[in-house]
Design a protein around this ligand. Sequence first.
Ligand SMILES: CCCCCCCCCCCCC/C=C/[C@@H](O)[C@H](CO[C@@H]1O[C@H](CO)[C@@H](O)[C@H](O)[C@H]1O)NC(=O)CCCCCCCCCCCCCCCCC
Length: 488
Amino acid sequence: IQLRRFPDDFIFGAATAAYQIEGGWNADDKGENVWDYITHNNPNYIVDQTNGDVAADSYHNYKRDVEMMRELGLDAYRFSFAWSRILPLGFNNYVSKSGIAFYDNYINEMIKYNITPMATLYHWDLPQKIQDLGGFANPLFSDWFEDYARVVFEHFGDRIKKWLTFNEPREICFEGYGSHTKAPAINITDVGTYICAKNLVIAHAKAYRAYNRDYKPVQNGECGITISVNWFGPLTNSTEDQFAAEMRRQAEWGIYAEPIFSKDGGFPKELEERVATKSLQQGYQWSRMPSFTEEERMFVRGTYDFFGVNHYTAYLVSANEYLTDQIEPSLLDDVGVGIHVPEEWPKSASSWLTQAPNSIYNSLVHLKNKYNDPIFYITENGWSTTPSDSLFDEDRVKYYRAALESVLNAIDAGVRIKGYMAWSLMDNFEWLLGYTERFGLYHVDFESPNRTRTPRKSAFVYKQIVKSRTIDPNYEPETMIMTIEDKQ
Ligand SMILES: CCCCCCCCCCCCC/C=C/[C@@H](O)[C@H](CO[C@@H]1O[C@H](CO)[C@@H](O)[C@H](O)[C@H]1O)NC(=O)CCCCCCCCCCCCCCCCC
């Protein structure tokens, strides 16, 4: 059989995030963030009562991390900066020398071995002081974020050419402000998600425009945002189900993507009208979804060089079936649709994650058509197993092969995908689920003092894909001993 090839300029990488791997929660002068705060003050918030105080201890093991990237032959590595490690007080009146030194060393180690760093400015670890001031609900948030972004561009922009402002606005705003499944667990269901969404996209735009104006002319990098785009397709072909799926997509990612990537900007129209109507019926004198002024709409619109997509799974949406009770008022009540996951889709260790057919293709072809053919990077994609599963992670291997076939299907359909980052390079702190779900190509022994990393079978399979730039469905590693090979 002729195997399909990834384009020569396609970059393969792996991803992580600061709070999930770094540890060193109070090393040197690092400040407290919202995950430090919630895990220390309410340990039962996490299912196994753990936290990221030490995690995979990448603060001390970063050289081993880069060695793993070399073992896999990666072109790129996506990681995030911890705001409170760089600015321990939240604001830019004090910049931590040791925080800067840590990231300098980490990045220099990658560059030394020709691994392209892709950096996320914010992956959920807000300085607690900024949260005490309201966090993403404070209209001044966007200025504080721009200040932080400028410090990072200033110090690291000579070496980092691919920037992401935020990781997954849905998880920040819906789960953190409109629900309680992410820190800071504000759970103000009527307006939390919507106020956060507006301030977040304005903060993104301020950072993007600051980069474009003051850094890009010298540093020559690119800047985007990563949005979680799981596929929400209609359960049937009926008009009602198709509209229901569109409403759910608007609620899941449209409220963050539309202001930035659409021709007109602003929030998605149908959802905006629905929330405005329901708000009046519910006795509010204004829509629970704030509008953009004309100036804000134009300011946010078009602030991207590429679209970062985190994709894991899919759900089927129905207008009339599988409906469940929702808190009223809330985003899920505003949308008011049913969700179904077919029994036959293979299950992972995570309740929300099944292996859905060709869902990367479905998502990216949809986004390409909706948002005028942007350049995409898949900034996360991966599969979870349990801590007791063996190193021979056959399900993860199947998932990665199917996902990468779906990437090739999308490329064949004309989608401009330039890279793929596997989630994750190594096991890490999986938020509410602590260490009970594992996403790593490398297993991490969280009981061992130096957090020993050991490659799983999927690491060898991914390495072969990266090296050959093809997906051989029959490839079997000959050994489970990992080595570093010279890149051709
Ligand atoms: C049977 C019908 C049930 C209806 C359920 C409807 C579900 C609709 C959509 C639900 C989304 C669920 C949450 C998914 C979040 C992910 O998008 C998010 C991805 O984040 C990135 O991924 C990495 C791995 O998780 C992460 O480490 C990385 O930092 C991040 O960038 N993942 C998370 O946020 C992780 C935790 C999610 C836990 C949230 C608990 C909410 C429980 C929802 C239950 C859904 C049940 C579905 C049942 C399906 C049955 C097969």
